[in-house]
Design a protein around this ligand. Structure first.
Ligand code: EPZ
Length: 428
């Protein structure tokens, strides 16, 4: 199994090109189920999660092609199995995104309930509520969601409907996506209230509309979908990954370096940049790039609470915690989306951090330095936080189970090394 060996102390310097967004490409590839024509994504990132979703779509009967540069094509023009097994879904929660397209196009779906994950229960009650509101009959049996449109055997389609999808933690991103995709092929009009406003939802809307869907309201909490008979194929380049961009900016910050993230959308990073500015960092911002300047002193302490977009994203919470570990004072980080998303906390303590949990918050008492030690990655974003900490810790840090990080960061070890970080991928 691969692990990273990192020697800390070198500031990162240089530019890194941001890839296509993982959380846009996964639902967008699933949208390939909505048509029998080819859906082509020229800039699909080379991530293990993308490989997983393409494997699932192929197992369901789709034709799948992958270029050497990562470009992906999906075509659901054969006999499609409208089922996703427990084994397939438990590999990656985002597999749940096949549910909406299957119900929308075939009137049937049998998808395994995803399990929890290391940072929370992660229910999908809103996905079910939304599809039922569109007219699907849903049963939960033996760990499966079984959805069907009454009269599907005779080609009946979802009637469509209106639904509020908000949860106590705010909107649901993939819940919005699932209901949205199903509604594109419904008989009538559907309205989603309390829809997620994340840029990845907007990107899915743009892709679906390029396939012939009729959706308005992207970026707002209200999406209106006029159902259409059929969708056609398209070529769609996904938006850049704002979480990858934020991660590299924070890696530059923690190492006292100067890092430029290129091919990004600066407006997608307003909240993380605001937090970094409060921590004393300065930026230069271009049309599609952001450069963080080195700061000689330790970061200033900043209190951060994660929110739905455009608030501070929960997917950058662990990385911000790693930075605050070295702050000149005490910071409080609260995760309102996933109150238990703190698997990285115990590992950061091993490196000399001073953090304590208090409910959905973590209180971080800044220290002046960290010392390297072996640590274990637990989930995608926690892994990135441990790599960041290793880049600044004295001595050697070994980050184990890096398969987590390969899910969402393309060749992060090679790209960090290109920026001057002393990191290498070894096999244990
Ligand atoms: C998406 O997950 C992202 N994944 C996550 O990124 C991200 O952390 C999350 O949105 C929040 O921004 C993908 O897009 C593939 P949610 P998702 O449904 O859609 C509650 C990463 O690191 N909820 O928006 O599964 C839920 O418990 C991953 O890239 C319900 O109560 O998250 C949570 O508190 C991790 N009922 C909140 O809503 C539901 O039916 C937001 O969850 C659904 C969700």
């Amino acid at each position: 199994m691969d692990y990273f060996s990192i020697n800390g102390g070198d500031p990162l310097r240089g530019s890194v090109r941001i890839r296509g967004a993982k959380n846009a490409v996964l639902p967008i590839l699933s949208a390939g189920l909505l048509t029998d024509e080819a859906l082509h994504i020229p800039n699909a990132p080379q991530l293990s999660d993308v490989k997983t979703i393409l494997g699932l779509l192929e197992a369901m009967g789709c034709r799948v092609e992958r270029g050497d540069d990562g470009a992906a094509t999906v075509q659901a023009d054969g006999e499609i199995v409208w089922e996703a097994t427990w084994d397939q879904v438990r590999q990656m929660r985002a597999s749940i995104c096949v549910l909406g397209p299957l119900v929308g196009r075939f009137g049937r779906a049998k998808v395994s309930l995803p399990g929890g994950c290391v940072f929370g229960v992660r229910p999908i009650d809103m996905h079910i509520k939304g599809l039922a509101a569109l007219g699907a009959e849903i049963t939960l049996e033996e760990g499966f969601i079984e959805a069907q449109v009454p009269g599907w055997e005779d080609g009946a389609r979802l009637p469509g409907g209106e639904v509020f999808l908000g949860t106590p933690a705010g909107p649901t991103v993939t819940g919005t996506m699932n209901v949205l995709m199903a509604a594109t092929l419904a008989e009538g009009r559907s309205v989603i209230h309390g829809a997620a406003c994340e840029p990845e939802v907007g990107d899915l809307v743009a892709c679906l509309n390029s396939m012939g869907a009729r959706i308005t309201g992207a970026g707002s909490p209200t999406l209106v979908i006029e159902g259409v008979e059929k969708l056609h194929g398209a070529t769609h380049a996904v938006i850049p990954d704002r979480i990858e961009a934020g991660t590299y900016l924070m890696a530059g910050a923690i190492t006292g370096g100067r890092v430029r993230v290129e091919s990004c959308i600066p407006s997608h990073l307003s909240a993380p940049m605001d937090a970094l500015q409060s921590a004393g960092y300065h930026f230069e911002i271009g049309e599609d790039w952001i450069e963080i300047a080195p700061r000689r002193e330790r970061p200033l302490p900043v209190d951060v609470t994660t929110q739905p977009y455009p608030g501070f994203p929960t997917d950058l919470q662990a990385q911000m915690m790693a930075l605050m570990v070295l702050a000149e004072g005490t910071s409080v980080i609260t995760d309102r989306i996933y109150p238990d998303r703190y698997m990285h906390l115990a590992e950061l303590l091993r490196l000399g951090a001073r953090i304590r949990r208090q409910g959905s918050s973590a209180i971080i008492e800044g220290v002046s330095s960290l010392s390297g030690a072996p640590v274990t990655a637990s989930d995608l974003r926690a892994s990135a936080a441990l790599v960041m900490a290793g880049l600044v810790a004295k001595g050697t840090t070994k980050v184990h189970r890096v398969y987590h990080i390969d899910r969402g960061y393309q060749r992060i070890d090679e790209r960090v090394a290109e920026l001057g970080g002393r990191i290498e991928r070894l096999v244990e």
